[in-house]
Write a protein that binds this ligand. Structure first.
Ligand code: RBF
Length: 159
């Protein structure tokens, strides 16, 4: 994984002492597993202790909000990455689930006060999911960095 090829620059990330949640959908797990590895790698590289990473699997992308809220309500995390991969099919499920998940994660950010990262790929086909889930373009890495930056901000503001 080339860690310099993310689309956003991160500086001064210090993950020690931060608790990061990873809520992963099992739908399209060949992609979500790899994305979760990217998040874990970012946590490791930026000093998050292994025991401070909380992983939770849920069935599909529609369930990631509930999973994230559970980790927040039980005070297990300072930030959460919600991981899912939605791939457009023949019916309208893609549209309904994508909309619900993006709005639901936005709501969690506002209501809970805990940063929740939108780690959901909304892909028109498998090729799009492939490109974004593996190797140097694995989106999990910058999503992990995002969680650390936002958890740092939360901690700073709660002092
Ligand atoms: N979940 C995903 O994470 N990715 C998908 O691409 C996906 N496609 C679905 C397509 C259909 C037709 C259905 C019924 C469900 C799909 N789900 C998908 C599962 C969904 O997120 C959720 O787990 C179930 O709808 C149960 O709430």
């Amino acid at each position: 994984m080339n860690r310099n090829k993310t689309s956003v620059l991160f500086e001064g990330l210090e993950g020690k002492g931060l608790r990061i949640g990873i809520v992963k959908s099992r739908w399209n797990s060949k992609y979500t597993d790899s994305i979760a590895q990217g998040v874990l790698q970012a946590c490791h590289d930026h000093g998050v202790e292994a025991e401070d990473v909380v992983e939770l699997d849920v069935p599909g992308a529609y369930e990631v909000m509930y999973g994230a809220k559970h980790l927040i309500d039980t005070d297990q995390v300072d930030a959460v990455v919600c991981i899912g991969v939605l791939i457009k099919g023949a019916t309208m499920h893609f549209e309904y689930i994508s909309e619900a998940v993006s709005q639901g994660i936005k709501d969690l950010n506002i209501i809970t006060g805990v940063p929740v990262v939108f780690g959901v790929l909304t892909c028109l086909d498998e090729k799009q999911a492939n490109v974004r889930s593996f190797g140097e373009h694995n989106h999990g890495y910058p999503w992990g960095q995002t969680a650390i930056e936002m958890a740092m901000l939360k901690k700073k503001n709660s002092l």
